[in-house]
Design a protein around this ligand. Structure first.
Ligand code: DMJ
Length: 656
């Protein structure tokens, strides 16, 4: 029997013709018979005519049944969208019923796509309608991210409240960061931004009641981790809850926040910082020791005697802001002294080795990279400059930071950027043996902070459009923004190339000099399978934020809607593969196989950073505007201080 084709074109025409009317099943059948190919074909075929009519009637019945299944069908569809936004073939061999169901399934309702910037058309009504649709789609996505945050928090609260991290598979807590309830403090400002007041209260009251005894009793912590996660989290909570006056608005929130008096957050921050200060004061050089015993107020170098370059240079946003809030310059002085010292050290085209000795004050070893132990050195050069350039540190000029940053980025472009083969992904490699050694095409996922940092540096947090209009961008800025977009694409492809749609911890890139066979990501439909090499030891995913962080910044700055789609795909992949039914999300041991084996840990930065950046990505760009706030390296927003408002920092968070 000849199967009569009903093409998507036919279906589309019917839909278009009946846009504003619901049509009955009877009309569907009669119209199909009278107007479609069926009528023409059936004219010359008696048996065929009968079979065709029966088939159409059957299909119409399925349509009605499908329509009636309403919400459940819609949610089923959502589950069947794979990470590239296409319909997924669920399993092979589902038989005719499944085929018919799929054939008649409405196209999945993806949140609306924006047209490329500036192409919305001249019709302002159409543009407004489009805008409304976009806002709606964004709200749906933001809700999904907020639900994910609640799921993560609930798992933590049920099984690990008060511990640093949740082990979601064994349903217990673990103190991997010194025992200060790191997940609580890291999560608090995310809950504030999402307007989840019950969580704000739970976290806030824990900080009020329990954190003091932890600070008194707990032992060893890492200076950097504690500063970025705990000190940064407390300071940001203080800022977002409106400081002493307790009113919000200036950062874009419309929600009144509950929880303790915000002054508590500042008090806890100062108590913590007073204990951490010993890392600076007991070192013989401006380079702080890496470890602090909080209850003893003593500090120690790491076992090998060295500090990480990124760690000693990523404390300044937090300590400096604390000085401004408390009126005590000692915090900012100590932290800024590190950068002033780093300025004097010899570098290689602005690039620096990943270790530094607190004993000698000099860099140690040759290893240069923007991945682990190097990353946030480059990030803080530009962020501290942005934070303080309008205010000055004790009247001093911070333009040296911008100069160090500009020089470093030139070095990155000269020495660390290459293109993969065959498809030409722009990636950032390493110089493990320093300036005289060879280039190594390895890129940590951590390096994916760089697109966001480059974009921030290029426009100073303004949109590209505004920065261009105001003539603020140099040729170099424009080049850097282009580089940001190229590396962003590579970071996205590191997700897209794997079977799960999630990135590995480390990727290697195929170049003329370097190739390893048989180590591909597993997504057969990716055109970059041959470019990205994923070694077995590097296939884990720790729920890290860097890629979505950069997507957020790049979307704010370029307003290119593709970044929304990329972020949504990544979020869906996290949902599909890392969500644990009983609560929380787990890291993965291997992103290239299905189902991916899980790792029993939910890192604090999944709540503090990853979900926060995703939420902000899909939201209104007036919330925490990037020319007024700078995010520390753990995604805690701190205000950019301007001259004239130094004595009243809360004005920035209160003026709506
Ligand atoms: C976070 O603690 C911070 O983003 C840090 O700068 C790098 N590592 C993690 C997230 O991956």
């Amino acid at each position: 029997m000849a199967v009569l084709p009903i093409t998507s074109h036919d279906l589309q025409s019917d839909y278009d013709n009946a846009k504003f009317r619901r049509r009955s099943a009877f009309k569907v059948i009669t119209q199909a018979v009278l107007t479609s190919n069926v009528r023409r074909n059936c004219g010359s075929c008696g048996v065929g005519k009968l079979l065709a009519l029966l088939m159409i009637a059957g299909l119409a019945f399925l349509t009605v049944a499908h329509t009636n299944s309403g919400i459940s069908a819609a949610s089923e569809i959502v589950q069947h969208i794979n990470v590239r936004g296409e319909e997924k073939v669920i399993t092979e061999g589902h038989g005719n019923a499944e085929l018919l169901k799929r054939f008649w399934r409405k196209p999945p309702r993806l949140p609306p796509r924006l047209p490329p910037h500036g192409k919305a058309g001249n019709n302002s009504l159409a543009a407004e309608a489009h805008n409304q649709q976009h806002i709606l789609g964004s709200a749906v996505r933001q809700n999904k991210v907020a639900e994910a945050f609640r799921h993560a928090w609930t798992g933590y609260k049920n099984y690990a409240m008060g511990s640093d991290e949740l082990m979601p598979l064994s349903k217990r807590g673990v103190d991997g960061l010194g025992g200060l309830g790191a997940t609580i403090v890291d999560s608090l400002d995310t809950a504030m931004i999402m307007g989840l007041n019950d969580i704000v209260q739970e976290a806030g009251y824990w900080i009020e009641k329990k954190l003091p005894e932890r600070l008194n009793e707990k032992g060893q912590v890492n200076l950097f981790e504690t500063t970025i996660r705990v000190l940064g989290g407390l300071l940001s909570a203080y800022c977002l809850s409106g400081g002493e006056n307790g009113t919000t608005g200036g950062w874009g929130s419309r929600t009144r926040l509950d929880g303790p008096n915000p002054a508590i957050y500042l008090e806890r921050a100062q108590d913590l910082a007073d204990r951490l200060m010993v890392a600076f004061t007991s070192s013989p050089t401006p380079i702080p020791y890496s470890d602090v015993i909080l209850r003893e107020r003593s500090a120690h170098p790491a076992p090998d005697g060295l500090s990480s370059t990124s760690e000693v240079s990523s404390l300044q946003l937090e300590f400096w802001y604390l000085s401004k809030l408390s009126g005590n310059p000692k915090y900012g002085d100590a932290a800024m002294h590190v950068l002033e010292h780093l300025k004097t050290l010899p570098k290689f085209e602005g690039l620096v080795p990943i270790y530094i000795s607190p004993h000698s004050g000099h860099f140690s070893g040759q290893n240069i990279r923007l991945g682990s132990r190097g990353d946030s050195y480059y990030e803080y050069l530009v962020k501290v400059w942005l934070q303080q350039r309008g205010a000055g540190h004790g009247g001093s000029d911070v333009s040296y930071l911008r100069e160090m940053y500009d020089e470093a980025i030139k070095g990155v472009k000269n020495r660390l950027i290459q293109k993969s083969i065959p498809k030409g992904l722009v990636f950032v490699g390493e110089l493990p043996s320093g300036e005289d050694g060879s280039f190594y095409p390895k890129m940590d996922h951590l390096v994916c902070f760089l697109p966001g940092t480059l974009a921030l540096g290029a426009t100073r947090g303004l949109t590209k459009q505004r920065a261009m209009e105001e003539g603020l961008m140099t040729i170099e800025d424009i080049e850097n923004l282009k580089l940001a977009e190229d590396i962003m694409k590579t970071c996205y492809e590191m997700y897209s190339v794997t079977t799960t749609g999630l990135a590995p911890e480390i990727a290697h890139f195929h170049t003329k000099e370097f190739y390893e066979d048989g180590l591909q990501g597993g997504n057969k439909s990716s055109e970059f399978l041959g470019d990205i090499i994923i070694r077995y030891a590097d296939r884990h995913n720790l729920l890290r934020p860097e890629t979505v962080e950069s997507l957020f910044v790049l979307h704010r700055i370029t307003q290119d809607p593709k970044y929304l789609e990329w972020g949504w795909q990544i979020f869906q992949a996290f949902e599909s593969h890392t969500k644990v039914d009983s609560g929380g999300y787990s890291s993965l041991n291997d992103v290239t196989i299905l189902p991916p084996p899980r790792r029993d840990k939910m890192e604090t930065f999944f709540l503090g950073e990853t979900l926060k950046y995703l939420y902000l990505l899909f939201g209104d760009s007036n919330v925490l505007p990037l020319d007024k706030f700078v995010f520390n390296t753990e995604a805690h927003p701190l205000p950019i201080i301007r001259k004239g408002v130094e004595n009243d920092l809360t004005t920035q968070t209160q003026a709506s």
